[in-house]
Write a protein that binds this ligand. Structure first.
Ligand code: KIV
Length: 303
């Protein structure tokens, strides 16, 4: 890319910090593929998260646990090819950051192989040392507390976190630990609005809420919920489009046009010079219009 190119500059974590300092609310969407990343980039979304929700919404798994490093790197690379301006955050999958050493090695792959600019890890106090190691290694890191999908086997069913006094204090401690470890932003998932607001007020880094009310520094939504791609979406999500109906209707209309012979029409069809075809088929212009024999072109006409 030349120095005079009009291509937009890739946002960095410093830009996100400046947006927060300027009081701008930060929008983050998940993205999992090249065409969607291009569109979200065109829409000016500053942060694209290649979430491990990939497992549920794109790969058809029951939850996030089966998502592998290979899955995440494959999809993160597609997103970074599609988005030229957004900061791309790769979500570290289950067990890929179980020790600080493993975390640095795996997070390095998100940056070096998949082109992400940052990674996200779940957990508060328990993940502090890991976040410290990542940041020390030069890997911008986003935290994630509240409901953390990778803990589903320990935590049980999906539910709002921090509703009791003890839980609220623990969650505040988790958020502070993530900040002190050096994270540049923190996702708050399924947290009561007042608690999320209180945490946001006490942190220097931006909080990005999902099901955490309007008092966070920014919001994140799973893109398939935003686009209305499924029949179900969580209560906290809002659909801004009904792509499910659009896609089903488009597929049905196309199949119907095939059935009635209306697709393809002249505009979707390529024709060639008839004389060239006559020559190729060994027929004269006078033969044109004769019905093709059932067995295809007779051998004597081939020569
Ligand atoms: O994986 C994901 O999509 C996430 C968001 C819900 C924050 O972690």
């Amino acid at each position: 890319m030349s120095a005079t190119s009009d291509a937009p500059r890739r946002l960095t974590v410093a830009d996100i910090g400046r947006m927060h300092a300027d009081g701008q609310r930060i929008a983050m969407l998940t993205a999992y593929d090249y065409p969607t990343a291009r569109l979200l980039d065109e829409a000016g979304i500053p942060i694209l998260l290649v979430g491990d929700s990939l497992g549920r919404v794109m790969l058809g798994y029951e939850n996030e646990i089966p998502v592998s490093m290979a899955d995440m790197l494959h999809h993160t690379a597609a997103v970074t090819r599609g988005a030229s301006r957004a900061l791309v955050v790769g979500d570290m999958p289950f067990l890929s950051y179980a020790t600080p050493e493993a975390a640095v090695a795996n997070a390095g792959r998100f940056l070096a192989e998949a082109g992400a600019q940052a990674v996200k890890v779940e957990g508060g106090v328990r993940t502090g040392r890991t976040i410290e190691a990542l940041v020390k290694a030069g890997i911008p890191t986003m935290g994630h507390v509240g409901w953390t999908p990778q803990s589903a086997n320990q935590a049980g069913r999906v539910r709002v976190q921090g509703k009791s006094r003890e839980q609220a204090r623990a969650l505040l401690g988790d958020a502070l630990a993530v900040q002190e470890a050096g994270a540049f932003a923190l996702v708050l998932e399924l947290v009561p609005e007042q608690l999320a607001g209180a945490i946001t007020e006490r942190l220097r880094i931006p909080t990005i809420g999902i099901g955490a009310g309007g008092g966070c520094s920014g919001q994140v939504q799973v893109v398939t919920d935003l686009l209305g791609l499924d029949t179900w979406r969580p209560k906290h999500a809002r659909a801004y489009a009904d792509l499910r109906s659009t896609i089903v209707e488009a597929a049905r209309a196309w199949a119907a046009d095939i059935a009635t012979g209306q697709f393809p029409a002249a505009a979707e069809t390529v024709r060639m010079d008839e004389t060239v075809l006559d020559d190729a088929l060994g027929r004269s212009a006078l033969d044109r219009g004769l019905d093709m024999p059932a067995g295809g072109i007779p051998l004597d006409r081939d020569l």
